[in-house]
Design a protein around this ligand. Structure first.
Ligand SMILES: C[S@@+](CC[C@H](N)C(=O)[O-])C[C@H]1O[C@@H](n2cnc3c(N)ncnc32)[C@H](O)[C@@H]1O
Length: 275
């Protein structure tokens, strides 16, 4: 089948999706290992229709396009991704920007991440700042994806990954960052997320609060100076209350995402004397 015909067919097959033409093009470009813009130049080329049909069928079953193409765009970069790790979300770019700002303002040299997943957050930070990052994850599959990305960005000397829970295998950092699992297991997620993304990356017990509370405990126990952590839009009150319960000193500021929903907190132990 010719490319022009295949694209029309793909577009029709995906017509229940928001951007059928765009997706048909992205998937065909992936199959032909070329850029989407190059498809027009290849318009007379014959394609392997069976292979194209099989990836269109995967998308019709609502598999995220990032898992089909093994590629995700996050912050300023493209990362390798597969089902072993959560697809990094645009709102986590806010966490990255806040981390970069804090690192530069306080001349921070050591960072730890709890739950590195694909590595997108730690790698994006390491590309912008001169820091050492040590990250944990409990998922072997996620660690594989993170190591793949760390290697392709040539950051093996800067970002280290360890398999353990929270910071149990990591020394006290100056700055702790995390986008932990924070979804209530009772929450009804969309099928494309629920059926494809790793549940260890999504859900946490106690209405999604368990790991967030563990992180607050870790900040206190390890006497960490700075932390930035993503959370659910409805978790501000439980987080502030828990911080009070454990007598966490320092300041917690909640930040919002692009939809103006509460999305995370910045913790600073000491008064900001540099301001
Ligand atoms: C929401 S995903 C975030 C992944 C990545 N940092 C990102 O933002 O795209 C949470 C990650 O935390 C990991 N995780 C879950 N519980 C953990 C724990 N107790 N200690 C360390 N990592 C954990 C999961 O395996 C998953 O990779």
């Amino acid at each position: 089948m010719l490319i022009t015909k295949a694209l029309l067919w793909g577009q029709k097959e995906l017509n229940t999706f928001e951007r059928p033409r765009l997706e048909a093009e992205i998937l065909l470009a992936h199959l032909l290992a070329c850029k989407r813009e190059e498809l027009v130049l290849k318009h007379i080329e014959d394609i392997d229709f069976g292979a194209y049909k099989s990836i269109i069928d995967r998308r019709k079953r609502h598999e995220p396009i990032e898992y089909i193409t093994n590629s995700v765009s996050f912050y300023k970069y493209n990362f390798f991704i597969d089902k072993g790790a959560l697809i990094p979300r645009p709102e986590s770019e806010i966490l990255v920007e806040k981390a970069i700002e804090l690192i530069k303002r306080y001349n921070i040299k050591s960072v730890a991440e709890i739950g590195i997943g694909s590595g997108a957050l730690s790698i994006s930070i390491a590309k912008e700042c001169s820091v050492n990052i040590v990250a944990s994850d409990i998922s072997k599959d996620a660690i594989k994806v993170a190591k793949h990305n760390i290697k392709s960005f040539k950051l093996e000397d800067v970002v280290e990954v360890k398999e353990c829970s929270l910071l149990s295998c990591i020394e006290r950092p100056e700055l702790l960052i995390s986008n932990p699992p924070y979804i209530d297991p009772e929450f009804k997620l969309d099928k494309n997320v629920l059926d494809y993304e790793p549940h260890t990356a999504l859900f946490a017990p106690n209405k999604g609060r368990a790991i967030l509370f563990d992180i607050l405990d870790t900040i206190k126990e390890k006497n960490i100076k700075y932390a930035i952590c993503e959370m659910g839009y409805d978790q501000k009150e439980p987080i502030l209350e828990y911080a009070q319960t454990i007598d966490l000193d320092g300041k917690i500021e909640i930040y919002k995402d692009y939809a103006q929903l509460d999305r995370g907190f910045v913790y600073i132990k000491e008064k900001d004397e540099n301001k």
